[in-house]
Write a protein that binds this ligand. Structure first.
Ligand SMILES: Nc1nc2c(ncn2[C@@H]2O[C@H](COP(=O)(O)OP(=O)(O)OP(=O)(O)O)[C@@H](O)[C@H]2O)c(=O)[nH]1
Ligand SMILES: [Mg+2]
Length: 689
């Protein structure tokens, strides 16, 4: 069946870790009849958490695409991971949907990730629905959750209410259509029923409040409303959609996803309140010269965007795409905008978690997958003809945790490198590179768990066993006062000898930055070509400082005196003399160790601020600011890299996994003496080895 853009809904399910997103997607698929059995996260039987590590950890790790049909519409649902370690996938899918469902715990209300993702959705003006889940759990309260949501936005309004809560939870009332859905404990809900007497008054109150709110959207409705006339379901739906599309209204539904309660009303709401690609499916694009334009589903030319890549060592590569315009079929050949290469779209698939069913074509607004493209990666655009067009990328977080990795088996470096690159293609928030200064292979991620999952995947999917350990800190050396040094290299072993002789004066440069060589030789006591040999010798010697063998920075070296021999002098001899002179001088110049200092921004629930700041000062951190915003506090600080290597684990244990941080390099600073002594001692011991 070909889906026209007006009859598609592309919806991302977003929210805090464990709020029930995967269970919600499962129940939506089930209620709509796309699957015949309601799987559970605990048993590892959901459509969405299909990877082995997702089942083992009972959490989502990657975005998963599913789809269902409801009321003649196709709903593409993208389940996303809530853990900040895997937020790359939650963020990237925002580019390919016209709407989102925010899943919120009925026990905890708005949490750290809810808040962060909400602000991202604000930036993109993404239409949103909210689903308050887990209402059958102990200490659940729809009213309290709603209150926390109202702090997120004053445009939040309830369109559902629970019948009882916690142990007494007995189903959900849809106050848009005024229908009740008694709890079926995991069976299909089917059609709505009359609202039980005891809930009627409260349901009517919410219904009136909603109508009053929605009527503001349309003049003809406000007149009807004020004159006490009935507003039809169709009028209501159209006004709802207009408001939700503009971001003027965030309807809140509720339920208990794991027992498929509240699902029917949510499916109706997705259709009635979220915009289709026809209404909102244009994507902002620009040309190379910066001219801005929008690409929408009404155009015929094919514009297809790859938002995720799956690397399977056996089945090969699967590229998940969104069609922004045009129709792609199995015999299409498209041009990759990045490589200019041609790609045959022969293997088109419809995704339902890990299941993929062949589909002959995907029209504008739809989401699908294609296998075995030659050279296509996440973020690539494919066209039916070459054109000057780019889509604004979604900014992804940069890695904060770094480990050094090496293969457990000798000789598997290349195999490890290839597997790492594949995983990086699948997850662009991973960093993989070799550190020139320490020659270690570094794997970088958003958290310790992110790294662990990646190391697990290397083994399970690619058969590469990897040993990881904290990376070496790239210390530097500098000097703190001027000094002089003399270097003389002389060798007489029969025949032609070797002779080089120089005096240098060194002094620190401001900010311990840079290198300058000043030639102050007068009267030609050293010939020109030998002077630059001295410079070269000094620069080589600076690669390994006198203190602990770290590179030296921030010195001005003046070549002030020396002598040469007409026969025995050579460039080599002066290079050696230069390096000896530099070394002698730097030992006298009060050498000091420099360490990288990082800027850190930590988001934690308010109650943990004291623990976090206390821990930071124990790590030699400096507080820069503390901003509280609605339950979450952002702590800004600076701290030495050497103290932050294992911070991810600490933050998890300090906050019970509810903290989140980002970190980036700021500058180098002098290491305090007592720490420097330790670092120098260790470096010397290692060098002796
Ligand atoms: N009692 C109860 N448990 C639920 C409900 N919905 C989900 N759960 C359970 O809550 C746990 C977390 O649910 P998930 O669906 O994995 O949550 P998630 O938001 O996908 O979690 P992440 O993918 O890790 O972000 C699982 O054990 C579910 O079985 C519910 O409505 N009631
Ligand atoms: Mg999940």
């Amino acid at each position: 069946m070909q889906h026209v853009p007006g009859k598609i809904r592309n919806v991302a399910v977003l929210g805090h870790r464990g709020s029930g997103k995967t269970s919600l997607v499962e129940s939506l698929l089930y209620e709509a009849g796309a699957i015949s059995r309601l799987g559970t996260v605990i048993d590892g039987t959901t459509v969405s958490d299909h990877e082995e590590d997702e089942k083992r950890r009972s959490m989502s790790i990657a975005a998963t695409v599913c789809h269902a049909e409801w009321e003649g519409r196709r709903i593409n649902l993208i389940d996303t991971p809530g853990d900040p370690s895997f937020q790359g996938d939650a963020l990237s899918v925002l580019r390919v949907v016209e709407g989102a469902i925010f899943e919120v715990s009925g026990v905890a209300g708005v949490e750290v990730s809810t808040d962060r993702l909400w602000r991202r959705a604000d930036e993109l003006s993404l239409p949103r629905l909210i689903h308050v889940n887990l209402l059958d759990r102990e200490r659940a309260s729809f009213a309290t959750a709603l209150e926390s949501l109202k702090r997120l936005s004053d445009k939040v309004i309830a369109v559902s209410m629970p019948m009882g809560e916690e142990h007494a939870f007995a189903g959900v009332i849809d106050v848009v259509h005024m229908l009740a859905y008694p709890d079926t404990k995991g069976k299909r809900e089917g059609n709505g029923q009359p609202i039980p007497e005891q809930y009627l008054a409260e349901a009517q109150r919410l219904h009136d409040e909603l109508i009053e709110h929605v009527a503001e959207a349309a003049d003809e409705l406000i007149v009807k409303f004020l004159e006490g006339e009935e507003i039809s379901a169709a009028e209501m739906a159209s006004a709802l959609k207009a408001m939700v599309s503009r971001g003027d209204l965030f309807p809140v539904t509720c339920g208990a996803a794991a027992r498929n309660s509240g699902t029917h009303a949510l499916l109706d709401l997705i259709i009635e309140a979220l915009p289709s690609p026809r209404r909102a499916g244009s994507v902002k694009a620009h040309t190379a010269s910066g001219e801005r334009l929008e690409i929408g589903p009404e155009e015929d030319a094919v514009v297809l965007y790859v938002f995720k890549t799956l690397a399977d060592p056996f089945a090969g590569k699967l590229s998940l795409f969104r069609v922004f315009s045009g129709t792609v079929t199995g015999d299409s050949t498209l041009v990759n905008h990045r490589t200019k290469g041609k790609e045959r779209m022969a293997g088109l698939f419809d995704l339902q978690g890990k299941e993929h069913a062949p589909l002959p074509s995907f029209g504008p607004g739809n989401i699908g997958a294609v296998s075995k493209l030659r050279d296509v990666t996440t973020g690539d655009l494919l066209f039916d003809h070459e054109r000057d067009l780019e889509i604004d990328p979604i900014p992804l977080p940069t890695p904060v945790v770094s480990v050094a990795v090496e293969p457990a088996k000798k000789g598997e470096d290349e195999k490890m490198g290839i597997a790492l690159r594949r995983l990086q293609e699948e997850d662009p928030t991973l960093g993989v590179h070799r550190d020139e200064r320490t020659s270690e292979m570094l794997l970088e991620g958003l958290s310790q768990m992110h790294i662990e999952v990646t190391v697990d995947r290397l083994k399970r999917r690619f058969g590469v066993d990897v040993i990881s350990h904290p990376p070496r800190v790239p210390y530097l050396e500098a000097i703190r006062r001027p000094a002089r040094g003399h270097g003389r290299h002389r060798k007489q072993t029969g025949g032609r000898g070797q002779f080089g002789d120089c005096h240098v004066q060194i002094e620190p440069l401001a900010g311990h930055d840079g290198y300058e060589f000043v030639d102050r030789i007068v009267g030609g006591v050293i010939p020109q070509s030998f002077r630059s040999a001295v410079d070269k010798g000094i620069q080589e010697s600076m690669l390994r400082g006198s203190l602990a063998g770290f590179p030296v920075v921030g010195v001005r070296v003046s070549l002030v005196d020396g002598s040469y021999h007409a026969v025995d002098s050579s460039e080599m001899a002066f290079k050696i003399a230069g390096s000896l002179a530099f070394r002698a001088a730097s030992e006298q110049a009060d050498p000091v160790l420099l360490e990288p200092v990082m800027g850190v921004e930590i988001s934690v629930p308010d109650v943990h601020v004291g623990d976090v700041t206390g821990d930071l000062s124990a790590r030699r951190g400096r507080l820069l600011g503390i901003d509280a915003r609605g339950g979450t506090t952002v702590v800004r600080a600076e701290a030495p890299m050497g103290e932050m290597l294992t911070y991810s684990q600490t933050l998890t244990s300090l906050t019970g996994g509810r903290g989140d941080y980002s970190m980036s390099f700021l500058r180098y600073e002098e290491v305090p003496q007592h720490i420097a002594t330790k670092v120098v001692g260790e470096a010397r011991k290692k060098a002796e080895h």
